[in-house]
Unconditional design. Structure first.
Length: 188
Protein backbone atom coordinates (compact mmCIF):
# COMPACT_ATOMS: atom_id res chain seq x y z
CA UNK A 1 0.00 0.00 0.00
CA UNK A 2 2.72 2.48 0.94
CA UNK A 3 4.51 1.71 -2.32
CA UNK A 4 1.39 2.73 -4.21
CA UNK A 5 1.51 6.07 -2.44
CA UNK A 6 5.09 6.80 -3.50
CA UNK A 7 5.50 9.20 -6.39
CA UNK A 8 8.35 8.65 -8.83
CA UNK A 9 9.21 12.31 -8.49
CA UNK A 10 8.40 14.94 -5.90
CA UNK A 11 8.93 18.49 -7.12
CA UNK A 12 8.01 21.95 -5.94
CA UNK A 13 5.73 22.76 -8.84
CA UNK A 14 4.91 21.76 -12.41
CA UNK A 15 7.55 24.28 -13.49
CA UNK A 16 10.24 22.09 -11.90
CA UNK A 17 9.36 19.05 -14.02
CA UNK A 18 12.05 18.12 -16.54
CA UNK A 19 9.77 17.81 -19.56
CA UNK A 20 12.50 16.97 -22.06
CA UNK A 21 13.65 14.09 -19.86
CA UNK A 22 10.11 12.77 -19.63
CA UNK A 23 9.94 12.73 -23.40
CA UNK A 24 13.36 11.05 -23.74
CA UNK A 25 12.12 8.31 -21.40
CA UNK A 26 9.12 7.51 -23.54
CA UNK A 27 6.39 9.51 -21.85
CA UNK A 28 3.96 10.79 -24.48
CA UNK A 29 0.87 11.67 -22.46
CA UNK A 30 0.32 13.83 -19.39
CA UNK A 31 -2.72 13.59 -17.17
CA UNK A 32 -2.80 16.41 -14.68
CA UNK A 33 -4.87 17.35 -11.67
CA UNK A 34 -6.33 20.87 -11.72
CA UNK A 35 -6.84 22.46 -8.29
CA UNK A 36 -3.66 23.30 -6.44
CA UNK A 37 -1.61 21.62 -9.17
CA UNK A 38 -2.11 23.91 -12.19
CA UNK A 39 -3.71 26.83 -10.35
CA UNK A 40 -4.96 27.70 -6.88
CA UNK A 41 -8.07 25.86 -5.74
CA UNK A 42 -11.08 27.05 -7.77
CA UNK A 43 -9.09 29.76 -9.55
CA UNK A 44 -11.10 30.32 -12.75
CA UNK A 45 -8.35 31.11 -15.24
CA UNK A 46 -4.89 29.94 -16.21
CA UNK A 47 -2.02 32.26 -15.37
CA UNK A 48 0.30 33.48 -18.11
CA UNK A 49 3.03 31.30 -16.64
CA UNK A 50 0.81 28.24 -16.89
CA UNK A 51 -0.13 29.09 -20.48
CA UNK A 52 3.55 29.35 -21.39
CA UNK A 53 4.16 25.96 -19.73
CA UNK A 54 1.32 24.41 -21.72
CA UNK A 55 2.77 25.79 -24.93
CA UNK A 56 6.06 24.13 -24.06
CA UNK A 57 4.29 20.85 -23.25
CA UNK A 58 2.56 20.81 -26.61
CA UNK A 59 5.61 21.99 -28.51
CA UNK A 60 7.51 18.97 -27.19
CA UNK A 61 4.75 16.76 -28.54
CA UNK A 62 2.95 15.66 -25.36
CA UNK A 63 -0.77 15.14 -25.30
CA UNK A 64 -2.31 16.51 -22.11
CA UNK A 65 -5.60 16.06 -20.30
CA UNK A 66 -7.01 17.46 -17.03
CA UNK A 67 -8.47 14.96 -14.56
CA UNK A 68 -10.19 16.66 -11.64
CA UNK A 69 -12.19 15.45 -8.67
CA UNK A 70 -13.90 18.84 -8.61
CA UNK A 71 -17.64 18.20 -8.89
CA UNK A 72 -18.39 21.53 -10.57
CA UNK A 73 -18.58 20.72 -14.29
CA UNK A 74 -18.69 24.40 -15.29
CA UNK A 75 -15.68 25.32 -13.21
CA UNK A 76 -13.59 22.61 -14.87
CA UNK A 77 -14.84 23.12 -18.42
CA UNK A 78 -14.65 26.93 -18.22
CA UNK A 79 -11.03 26.61 -17.15
CA UNK A 80 -10.04 24.06 -19.77
CA UNK A 81 -11.96 25.23 -22.84
CA UNK A 82 -9.93 28.41 -23.54
CA UNK A 83 -6.80 26.30 -23.26
CA UNK A 84 -8.17 23.76 -25.73
CA UNK A 85 -7.39 20.90 -23.36
CA UNK A 86 -9.73 17.95 -22.72
CA UNK A 87 -10.87 17.88 -19.11
CA UNK A 88 -12.83 15.47 -16.94
CA UNK A 89 -14.55 16.59 -13.73
CA UNK A 90 -15.92 14.50 -10.84
CA UNK A 91 -13.24 11.96 -11.67
CA UNK A 92 -13.41 10.02 -8.43
CA UNK A 93 -9.63 9.57 -8.25
CA UNK A 94 -8.08 7.21 -7.19
CA UNK A 95 -10.68 4.96 -8.78
CA UNK A 96 -9.39 3.55 -12.05
CA UNK A 97 -12.34 4.27 -14.32
CA UNK A 98 -11.63 7.96 -14.92
CA UNK A 99 -7.95 7.27 -15.54
CA UNK A 100 -8.93 4.84 -18.31
CA UNK A 101 -11.18 7.50 -19.79
CA UNK A 102 -8.35 10.03 -19.70
CA UNK A 103 -5.94 7.56 -21.31
CA UNK A 104 -8.41 6.93 -24.11
CA UNK A 105 -8.66 10.71 -24.64
CA UNK A 106 -4.90 10.88 -24.96
CA UNK A 107 -4.62 7.61 -26.87
CA UNK A 108 -1.55 6.65 -24.84
CA UNK A 109 -0.68 3.56 -22.79
CA UNK A 110 -0.51 3.97 -19.02
CA UNK A 111 3.23 3.21 -19.06
CA UNK A 112 3.78 6.04 -21.55
CA UNK A 113 1.79 8.51 -19.47
CA UNK A 114 2.69 10.70 -16.51
CA UNK A 115 0.22 11.63 -13.79
CA UNK A 116 0.84 14.98 -12.11
CA UNK A 117 -0.96 16.04 -8.95
CA UNK A 118 -0.71 17.47 -5.46
CA UNK A 119 -2.43 14.69 -3.51
CA UNK A 120 -1.03 11.30 -2.62
CA UNK A 121 -4.34 9.57 -1.95
CA UNK A 122 -6.00 10.55 -5.21
CA UNK A 123 -3.51 11.59 -7.92
CA UNK A 124 -0.48 9.50 -6.98
CA UNK A 125 -2.29 6.42 -5.73
CA UNK A 126 -4.53 6.36 -8.81
CA UNK A 127 -1.67 6.85 -11.25
CA UNK A 128 0.48 4.20 -9.57
CA UNK A 129 -2.36 1.70 -9.62
CA UNK A 130 -2.40 1.94 -13.41
CA UNK A 131 1.38 1.78 -13.74
CA UNK A 132 1.76 5.40 -14.75
CA UNK A 133 4.78 7.59 -14.01
CA UNK A 134 3.67 9.72 -11.08
CA UNK A 135 4.84 13.20 -10.15
CA UNK A 136 3.81 14.82 -6.87
CA UNK A 137 3.88 18.62 -6.70
CA UNK A 138 3.53 20.80 -3.64
CA UNK A 139 0.03 22.31 -3.42
CA UNK A 140 0.04 25.85 -4.82
CA UNK A 141 -1.97 27.49 -2.04
CA UNK A 142 -3.01 26.37 1.45
CA UNK A 143 -6.66 27.41 0.94
CA UNK A 144 -8.47 24.07 0.73
CA UNK A 145 -11.49 22.17 1.95
CA UNK A 146 -11.30 21.17 5.61
CA UNK A 147 -11.44 17.54 4.44
CA UNK A 148 -8.41 18.08 2.22
CA UNK A 149 -6.55 19.67 5.13
CA UNK A 150 -7.10 16.55 7.21
CA UNK A 151 -5.82 14.41 4.34
CA UNK A 152 -2.67 16.57 4.26
CA UNK A 153 -1.85 15.41 7.77
CA UNK A 154 -1.93 11.79 6.59
CA UNK A 155 0.12 12.70 3.51
CA UNK A 156 2.79 14.27 5.69
CA UNK A 157 2.97 11.06 7.69
CA UNK A 158 3.54 9.06 4.49
CA UNK A 159 6.16 11.49 3.18
CA UNK A 160 7.97 11.44 6.55
CA UNK A 161 9.09 15.03 6.21
CA UNK A 162 10.60 14.53 2.74
CA UNK A 163 10.86 17.66 0.63
CA UNK A 164 10.64 18.12 -3.13
CA UNK A 165 13.85 17.41 -4.94
CA UNK A 166 15.54 19.23 -7.78
CA UNK A 167 17.40 16.02 -8.61
CA UNK A 168 14.63 14.12 -10.28
CA UNK A 169 16.11 13.64 -13.72
CA UNK A 170 18.81 11.02 -13.14
CA UNK A 171 16.46 9.02 -10.96
CA UNK A 172 13.82 8.68 -13.62
CA UNK A 173 12.01 5.36 -13.25
CA UNK A 174 14.31 4.46 -10.38
CA UNK A 175 11.42 3.31 -8.26
CA UNK A 176 10.14 1.07 -10.99
CA UNK A 177 13.42 -0.53 -11.91
CA UNK A 178 15.05 -0.91 -8.49
CA UNK A 179 12.20 -1.33 -6.10
CA UNK A 180 14.23 -3.07 -3.44
CA UNK A 181 15.60 0.42 -2.74
CA UNK A 182 12.32 2.16 -3.19
CA UNK A 183 13.03 4.75 -0.50
CA UNK A 184 15.78 6.28 -2.60
CA UNK A 185 13.63 8.05 -5.12
CA UNK A 186 13.24 10.83 -2.56
CA UNK A 187 15.98 13.24 -1.74
CA UNK A 188 16.08 15.59 1.19
MG1 LIG B 1 -5.41 18.95 -6.36
Amino acid sequence: MLGSLRPHEYVTSIYHIHLERLWENGIRGIITDLDNTLVEWNSPHATEKLMAWLVQVERLGFRICILSNNRDALRVSNFARPLNIPALHKAGKPRKASFYTALSQLNTDATATAMIGDQLFTDILGGNRLGMYTILVEPIHPHEFIGTRLIRLAERAVLCGKRPSAMQSEHFLFYVTVDDKEGEEFHS
